[in-house]
Design a protein around this ligand. Structure first.
Ligand code: ARG
Length: 255
């Protein structure tokens, strides 16, 4: 079997994302959202954003969306991305749609680790709450929620309605046994040994999050990559937000 680690390619992401979001796999781990999930309720994850290149994102300030570096093609002025927010239904007439003005791709991003990027919006979305990011490793364990409009199985289509699932933390040691290339300090894994629940193509850039000790949602990961979707023994790999929290915050403040 040919091994393929699916990650949407950065260069020319607007065009390529659509192509690279098509998995090349034969196998299908049959399940539901995101794979193995259910529909999210309107307003449940109000800071969830869909980006027009086919990725997810999170509103971390009124005017900045956190997404994956592999969803964008570099840093600089960029008015080509549309962010859709405030709705679970992407076709809703009440969707808030705002164009990008700038993109900031993680410095040093070369396809291995450091998979984060920021998108500045043309105007702030003040009607929605923001998702706070984990600034310490305190929440890098337990059970996480993931959400997105991506495929519900390998090779599946993008979804009109936002879906969600929960996945347990997987230790770096265990994750390394599936993925020798794991950058343990920059990536955090989640999924069940038996598979069946996972993010998938088109969920990239979206948040993985959990409640903090005060009960507030906190983003601990960014959907990054995996071997297929929801396969047994192959957890999902997420950017470890706590590692980059300081860099994300300062970049967001100066974008
Ligand atoms: N790289 C994919 C994207 O661009 C996300 C893949 C996540 N895969 C996984 N098995 N968790 O949408």
């Amino acid at each position: 079997m040919v091994r393929f680690l699916q990650r949407a390619v950065a260069a020319g992401a607007v065009v390529l994302a659509a192509v690279s979001l098509q998995p090349t796999s034969t196998a299908t781990a049959g399940t539901m959202p995101v794979v193995g999930g259910t529909r999210a309720a309107q307003g449940e994850f109000p800071w969830m954003v869909r980006l027009s290149m086919g990725c997810g994102g999170s509103l971390i300030t009124p005017q900045v969306v956190l997404t994956a570096a592999h969803c964008v093609s570099g840093s600089g002025n960029n008015t080509s991305i549309t962010a859709t927010a405030g709705v679970v239904d992407l076709q809703s007439s009440s969707a808030i749609k705002v164009k990008s003005t700038k993109v900031y791709q993680a410095p040093g991003y070369n396809g291995t680790g450091k998979d984060w990027a920021l998108i500045k919006l043309a105007s702030p979305i003040t009607s929605l709450p923001n998702l706070k990011i984990a600034e310490t490793t305190a929440y890098n364990s337990g059970t996480f929620t993931v959400a997105g409009w991506g495929a519900t199985r390998e090779g599946g289509s993008q979804q009109r309605y936002l879906r969600k699932a929960t996945v347990p933390f997987v230790s770096d040691a265990e994750c390394k046994s599936a993925y020798s290339e794991l950058v343990a300090g920059e990536e955090i894994c989640a999924g069940y040994n038996e598979g069946g629940v996972d993010t998938c193509q088109g969920d990239s850039g979206g948040p993985m999050f959990r409640r903090d000790n005060a009960g507030a949602w906190t983003q601990v990961g960014i959907v990054s990559w995996g071997y297929g979707c929801a396969r047994a023994g192959y957890p999902g790999v997420y950017t470890e937000v706590s590692t980059f929290a300081s860099a994300i915050k300062s970049a967001a403040a100066s974008l």
